[in-house]
Design a protein around this ligand. Structure first.
Ligand code: FAD
Length: 477
């Protein structure tokens, strides 16, 4: 249980009674209120199987009004809630810690409208990212974000975590792409900021409060998002590289050679690719190299784009920055390369437990922590490897161990966050703070910023019922 593992005490919320369950059933009907232990269990465990809560009730609203009724009741009764999307979050934010009521958005999955002139797509929070992308593609558009969990994560979860992903380099983060949000405050008030306008400078930009606040300020019920035009041509290159410095040189060169068509620039070290390839039996299209780089272009002219990337490959093979590589526009081959890259996140789980870190660092220092951690952990770790979105300075460090141990955890934390702070990085690049990182927030935020966050929380959720134990550090820490 998360509470024992991380030594957290339950706050003084009310405990759920039979009359509460009766009330929820009166709002949602019998089938959308889960109370059977076996039914509730999967909603209590996070994707990485690190956190486990003890909730006895899962609610599945279908409308904003139902969410509002639930929250208004919970607020009056001082019952704590844990909002949940696809439950793919990697920092334990999406599962309860104690007996918080889970409010899962899976049934709020309707697409409301798509304006194929402006590209504005409006939908409910529980729509699965991949379904939205498929829908947008039918209208010659795409979703501006893409991540390995796309087949499961919800757009409401993406907004609540301000998810990044592999195309942030090209389309920016969700603070730019989200046009509007509808959300419900802790007391049940519905906040309608669902405008689908590109420009709307009418006072405070309230929608931004819900982007990245991980369900602690309100529950996102609807989203309007700007979808870019579907690229006519996509080309992917996968390259072997000798050392990390060469990756940085290559990134610089890719920006100038590929310019406006560059849509992703990802890296992975040998450990990341070989573990994924071995554990998940996925083919690696080139042979064994110390580092790998995946470059994607999205443009409007296939011949021209592929030629540009192929030229880039031959130029950089000549310069020695690339040791070997392949370039393709064939969907099946591109898919093989992307699958290898996107499967790294879960590959270590096949052989034990994985400590996962998601940090931002200045690009010069991007890979510094991997060798430091390797040395620190020695043979206590099966593997320490780094991969991620180098264009955004965002590295993921995975440490695979035979099983979770407090000793190994204490060797890494707070050490890794101290190192990140020394390098002026961020302790969370894109996964959020969730349950796993509030006590380390001070490495990335000063005390006055933290106080302002607490003030906002008190204003919007005075009883603290929304996703307690998450994001905000305890005052005495
Ligand atoms: P959940 O995990 O259910 O919830 C995440 C947080 O948001 C929780 O705090 C939850 O309480 C809150 N929340 C969920 N829905 C709502 C709502 N409607 N209203 C209010 N609060 C809500 N992340 C990236 O940023 N980039 C990546 O490249 C990336 N790759 C991944 C690859 C894999 C294989 C996996 C498993 C995860 C990856 N992630 C990545 C992490 C994760 O997918 C994202 O954080 C995603 O945005 C979470 O969406 P979700 O619907 O699963 O939310």
């Amino acid at each position: 249980l998360s509470a024992d593992k991380y030594n957290v005490r339950r706050k003084a919320f009310a405990s759920i009674q039979a009359r509460d369950v009766d009330y929820f059933k009166s709002v949602l009907g019998e089938e959308r209120v889960l109370t059977d232990e076996a039914d509730v269990l999967p909603f209590n465990i996070d994707w990485i199987k690190n956190c486990r809560g003890q909730s006895s009730v899962v609610l599945k609203p279908k409308t904003t009004q139902e969410v509002s009724n639930i929250l208004s009741y919970c607020n009056q009764r001082k019952l704590a809630v844990c909002p949940q999307g696809g439950n793919t979050g990697l920092v334990g934010g999406s599962v309860p810690v104690f007996d918080e009521i889970v409010i899962n958005f899976m049934l709020m999955n309707k697409i409301i409208s798509l304006d194929d002139v402006s590209g504005a797509l409006t939908c409910e929070a529980g729509c699965i990212l991949e379904n939205l992308d498929n829908y947008a593609r039918e209208h010659n558009l795409i979703m501006p974000l893409d991540l390995g969990a796309k087949g499961t994560c919800h757009i409401g979860g993406n907004v609540s975590t301000n998810a990044g992903g592999v195309r942030l380099l090209r389309y920016g983060n969700l603070h730019g792409s989200i046009l509007g949000v509808e959300a419900v405050k802790a007391d049940g008030t519905i906040i309608d900021c669902l405008k689908a306008l590109k420009k709307d400078n009418t006072g405070y930009h309230l929608k931004h409060l819900f982007i990245g606040s991980e369900g602690t300020l309100g529950l996102v019920t609807k989203v309007a998002i700007h979808c870019p035009v579907k690229p006519k041509a996509v080309t992917v290159g996968f390259f072997g590289v000798e050392n990390f410095d060469n990756i940085l040189q290559l990134y610089k060169s890719a920006k100038s050679s590929l310019g406006e068509i560059l849509s992703a620039f990802e890296m992975a070290d040998n450990g990341a690719i070989s573990t994924t390839s071995k554990n998940l039996k996925l083919p690696n299209p080139i042979s064994d190299y110390p580092f790998y780089v995946l470059v994607e272009t999205q443009g409007s002219n296939e011949v021209h784009d592929e030629e540009k990337l192929t030229k880039f490959l031959s130029k950089e093979m000549e310069s020695g920055l690339i040791l070997d590589g392949t370039v393709t526009s064939e969907p099946a081959k591109m898919n093989t390369i992307w699958t290898l890259r996107e499967s790294i996140s879960g590959a270590g789980l096949a052989r034990g437990y994985v400590f996962k870190y998601d940090v931002s660092l200045p690009q010069q220092n991007y890979y510094d922590l991997v060798p430091i951690l390797r040395e620190r952990l020695g043979d206590k770790a099966i593997g320490v490897y780094g991969y991620g979105h180098i264009g955004d300075g965002n590295i993921h460090i995975n440490i695979t161990v035979p099983e979770y141990s407090k000793e190994i955890a204490s060797l890494m934390e707070p050490f890794i966050f101290e190192e990140v702070a020394k390098l002026k990085g961020s302790i969370s690049a894109e996964h959020g703070i969730g349950f796993r990182k509030p006590q380390y927030m001070h490495y990335s935020k000063d005390e006055s910023s933290l106080q302002m966050m607490r003030d906002l929380k008190n204003l919007m959720d005075p009883n603290g019922i929304l996703n307690p134990y998450k994001v905000l550090p305890e005052v005495n820490v």
